[in-house]
Design a protein around this ligand. Structure first.
Ligand code: CP
Length: 309
């Protein structure tokens, strides 16, 4: 059984718990894609989304996940909240807690902010991405998509290309995929490969061809211009030429390989438009899986709250 008050990162979660989340998400996806979408599983519960950074997929899918399971959902717009008057994260959290809410989904530019919040609130905290640290629900939806499309995760080769250094998605995927028995290959400009990442089990490829050779899944990562100080690569067009993924490179991948991207995509930079819209792409299936994964997590956290708190 999933034994956590919060979901802060995949570092804290066992392989068995990841598998449990994915199994519940499979069920949630059937419900999400079915015609009967009425559930009162979370009736009377309240979810707050508290996003200090922009988001389309993560915030919307948390909101939908709560609503589809019968919870009440409130979005706090940080731009118009008392955060702008200088209220601290802890004070904001304690204020929300006093309103007797059950779940807070948070995105924050500082690594560790969800953990700090979780230590000060009774509500369950779900990390929707913290700085360059972790984005656990993204990695879970990536693993859900890989497992659904390829039937398993153990033994697969997953190639991840792009801005590894600034990517919380890369970090959570590395941790989660390794726990489930996959091999993870990274390829990026040397300026975008974090020091000592091999100690966490990543393999660093010397070329795009080496990374993609025999890969079962190829993931492009967004170039995060907002987290860079500049100068990490000469220009977007050169990045695309030397580090992007195109159809010619995908010929090195295994037959039946899939292409993922967490989004938002810089079209023509990390992946060519032909790859994004091509038959190997599962990018929109990832988005659907994102709602299912967040539904699964709300269900499992609600059960933990009911039974263990
Ligand atoms: N993948 C992801 O986190 O997308 P958003 O920034 O749109 O939430």
């Amino acid at each position: 059984m999933f034994k956590h008050k919060d979901l802060l990162g995949l570092k804290d979660v066992t392989a068995e718990e990841i598998t449990e989340i994915l199994d519940v998400a499979d069920e949630m996806k059937k419900y999400l894609c079915g015609s009967e979408r009425k559930s009162d599983l979370l009736k009377g519960k309240t979810l707050v989304t508290l996003f200090y950074e922009n988001s389309t997929r993560t915030r919307t899918s948390f909101e939908l996940a709560g609503k589809l399971l019968g919870a009440s959902e409130v979005n706090i717009s940080v731009a118009t909240s008392s955060v702008q008057k200088g209220e601290t994260l802890i004070d904001t959290g304690e204020t929300l807690d006093a309103m007797k809410i059950d779940f807070i989904a948070i995105r924050h530019p500082m690594a560790g902010a969800p953990k700090l919040l979780a230590e000060h609130v009774k509500a369950s905290v779900l990390n929707g991405g913290d700085g360059m640290h972790e984005h656990p629900t993204q990695a879970l939806l990536d693993m859900l998509t890989i497992r659904e499309k390829l039937g398993k995760i153990a033994g697969l080769k997953v190639a991840i290309l792009g801005d590894i250094k600034h990517s919380r998605v890369a970090m959570s995927n590395l941790i989660g995929l390794k726990k489930l028995g996959a091999e993870v290959y990274f390829y990026a400009p040397a300026t975008m490969v974090p020091k000592d990442i091999e100690k966490l089990g990543a393999k660093i490829a010397k070329s795009r061809e080496e990374a993609i050779d025999g890969a079962d899944a190829v993931m492009g990562l967004r170039i995060q211009l907002e987290r860079q100080n500049g100068g990490l690569f000469p220009s977007l067009s050169e990045y695309s030429r030397f580090y992007g993924v195109n159809d010619a490179l995908l010929k090195y991948a295994k037959k039946g390989a899939i292409v993922l991207h967490p989004g938002p995509v810089n079209r023509g930079v990390e992946l060519t438009p032909q790859v994004i819209d091509g038959d190997k792409s599962v990018i929109l299936e990832q988005v659907t899986g994102g709602v299912a994964v967040r539904m699964a997590l709300l269900k499992l956290l609600a059960e933990y709250r009911e039974n263990c708190l």
